[in-house]
Design a protein around this ligand. Structure first.
Ligand code: F6R
Length: 248
């Protein structure tokens, strides 16, 4: 079931999300959290740091990573997580799990990540952001989606957009490793965050669209416990030629 919680702005979205995580950690200090990168959860991480919550027994699993980037590469998701969050809380390094960007055996690395989530007892709360095209993690729109952790080829558009962060085109990652929609849907609770009018259409489709691999976030409709925490701008149903007639 999808529940929607609409906040006034980005700040309040982050506060509300931090409250949900805090509640979880008080109920279960050794919770397993699924985490995302990107701009959306930065406010949440900031709030969690300010609250000085106890992360001593918490385990985390990140959604995704670029293939080919070492953890200390400034564009890696590992660097992002340590820079913005993990280095500022009392988490045990051994409890942090981020899909590795450097590996030799594709099958072994993806299976190992799934096994680690399973051995940790599964994810209690999975935090998600959403792409304009409905992507979740690196699960991009496609005619078929892979359920488990897997390697994806990045779209040419994404590679080009990322090029500005690298000194040469050769360095720009062409592939990523991501938890699959199946791995994500196994989480006991999912919190999807979105802010700003540019996410409004994606939020509308997540809630009301057909369940379809061409819009991966629509699969969240199949999960029994999803809360969308979105600000007013992202909750506003955009006026498109398709729904304009309903409004007149
Ligand atoms: C990042 C991730 C991505 C982002 C999405 C939204 O780990 O999984 O799916 O959540 O691209 O990104 P932002 O928050 O930057 O709009």
């Amino acid at each position: 079931m999808l529940q929607v919680f609409v906040t006034e702005n980005y700040e309040d979205m982050s506060v509300k999300a931090a409250e949900e995580i805090a509640k979880q950690l008080i109920e279960k200090p050794n919770s397993v959290l699924g985490l995302a990168t990107g701009s959306t959860p930065l406010g949440l991480y900031e709030k969690l740091i300010q609250q000085k919550l106890d992360f001593q027994a918490v385990k985390t699993f990140n959604l995704d990573e670029y293939v080919g980037l070492a953890p200390d590469h400034e564009q890696s998701y590992s660097y992002y997580m340590w820079h913005h969050f993990f280095s500022k809380i009392n988490i045990e390094k051994s409890n942090v799990n981020i899909p590795p960007g450097i590996f030799t055996d594709e099958q072994a690395v993806t299976e190992d990540y799934e096994n680690r989530i399973h051995e940790a007892g599964g994810i209690d709360i999975q935090v998600l952001g959403i792409g304009h095209n409905g992507h979740i993690g690196f699960n991009e729109p496609n005619s078929s989606l892979n359920a488990c952790t897997h390697i994806v080829q990045l779209a040419q558009q994404t590679i080009q957009a990322n090029a500005r962060f690298f000194s040469s085109m050769e360095e720009v990652p062409k592939r990523a490793i991501t938890m699959g929609m199946g791995s994500i849907l196994k989480a006991r609770k999912i919190i999807l965050l979105a802010s700003g009018e540019e996410k409004a259409e994606a939020i509308n489709k997540t809630l009301n669209g057909n369940i379809d691999t061409s819009f991966p976030a629509s699969f969240l409709q199949l999960h029994p416990n999803v809360t969308l925490i979105v600000d007013k701008a992202a909750a506003e149903v955009p006026v498109t030629p398709r729904n304009l007639s309903n409004r007149l």
